[in-house]
Write a protein that binds this ligand. Structure first.
Ligand SMILES: Cc1cc2nc3c(=O)[nH]c(=O)nc-3n(C[C@H](O)[C@H](O)[C@H](O)COP(=O)(O)O)c2cc1C
Length: 369
């Protein structure tokens, strides 16, 4: 039985023509020595497209601004060799009838906790903070901000030139754009800071406008947002639906087509008084298509798995996903860890071969296959 039959329907929005509603979530793998994607990485992405996901979102990729990456094996999205590597990856995905978007990423002030290196000495953030009273990066000048915005625009132009089907911008999980959103990490008194979330969304909106300028109106632009941040799980950028509108409304006006609403567990309600999750609320409040994500098919959330142990197969979550989809809460569903462990996860699900599914342990994130 295909519990998720309804999600097999195609999806069309601007440049995006997807065979179904399943998305591979962006996942940093650190398999790019010196930042250039390898042929192993091309095989890895092609296998996931062959495994039937409609859209693949790449691991987070660095801009032509040194401080956008905090680890040397995160792939770059600039320069001749890295971009040639991305063109090969995209070709494989297209040959397998998949679609792909790069995830443009600036880490802000977040260091590589494991291997601090001189390459990260130039880390930058809105106010020199990455959490409440937690230092990280040097405070950005207005010139730094303008340079980073321009750098996002150049990456977007390259994505369009290479023929990507959409672009995702990482504005979630406590990295640069999210550091601007959050009052604890944005203490600025210029036009990029201020008491309301609308004030603090201005940097993100500038980035989105720059991307639009670089790629025109037809290339679909996805913005990934989250309330939670690494190590700060209970944080809320928007404390109620009104604040959600103040936060994301200006970003939609600036040119976001689709919001990718990151939760650790998609079944959790976002605000009291309703069972709607973040994707459900954004669709209702802002009106754009949304992507939901977080523990689909698994028993535990991603951050628990980073600590070791195992996530078990959770078929009940698939039924819950189908219920929410049929109610119209979201348009696309992103799958992370299950697709790291098994490129054929979706083929098995859709064929009802549940006995063939495996649990997930972090070891799967250390291998590339
Ligand atoms: C190994 C690994 C790396 C990740 N890297 C990124 C990343 O580069 N960008 C991002 O937005 N999210 C990243 N995530 C979060 C996933 O995109 C996803 O939101 C999360 O794993 C929850 O989905 P899941 O429960 O289906 O795994 C990563 C997750 C994992 C497991």
């Amino acid at each position: 039985m295909d519990i998720l039959e309804a999600l097999g329907a195609p999806f069309q929005h601007k440049s995006l023509n997807l065979a179904n509603r399943f998305v591979m979530a962006p996942m940093t793998r650190q398999f790019a020595p010196d930042g250039a994607p390898t042929t192993d990485m091309a095989d890895y992405y092609r296998r996931r497209a062959e495994g039937g996901v409609g859209l693949i979102i790449s691991e987070g990729v660095g801009l032509d601004r040194l401080s956008s990456r905090n680890m040397s094996r995160i792939p770059k999205f600039h320069g001749r060799e890295p971009l040639a590597g991305w063109a090969r990856i995209l070709e494989g995905v297209h040959q397998a009838k998949g679609a792909m978007a790069p995830q443009l990423w600036h880490v802000g002030g977040v260091p590589d906790f494991y291997e601090p290196s001189t390459e990260t000495d130039g880390l930058e953030s809105p106010s020199g903070l990455i959490g409440p009273n937690l230092p990280g990066g040097r405070p950005m000048t207005q010139e730094d901000i303008a340079d980073v915005v321009a750098s996002f625009g150049r990456a977007a132009a390259d994505a369009k030139r290479l023929g990507f089907d959409a672009i995702e911008v990482h504005a979630a999980h406590g990295y640069l754009i999210d550091q601007f959103f959050w009052s604890e990490t944005n203490r600025r008194s210029d036009r990029f800071g201020g008491p309301t979330v609308q004030d603090r969304a201005r940097f993100g909106a500038d980035v989105v406008r720059e991307l639009r300028k670089a790629v025109g109106s037809e290339l679909a632009l996805i913005l990934r947002v989250s309330q939670w941040k690494t190590n700060f799980y209970e944080t809320k950028i928007a404390r109620d639906p009104g604040e959600l509108e103040l936060w994301l409304g200006p970003l939609a006006s600036a040119g976001v087509d689709i919001f990718h609403c990151s939760q650790r567990r998609f079944w959790e309600p976002e605000f009291p008084g309703s069972d709607l999750n973040l994707a459900g609320w954004v669709k209702k409040a802002i009106g754009t298509p949304t992507i939901t994500v977080g523990s689909i098919g698994l028993s535990r959330d991603v951050m628990s798995d980073f600590g070791g142990g195992e996530s078990l197969v959770n078929l009940g979550s698939l039924q819950e996903l189908a219920r929410r989809f049929e109610r119209g809460d979201f348009d696309l569903a992103a799958i992370g860890r299950p697709l790291l462990a098994d490129p054929d996860w979706l083929l098995k699900i859709r064929a009802g071969r549940f006995e063939a599914l495996s649990s997930y342990a972090m070891d799967a994130s250390k291998l590339l296959y």
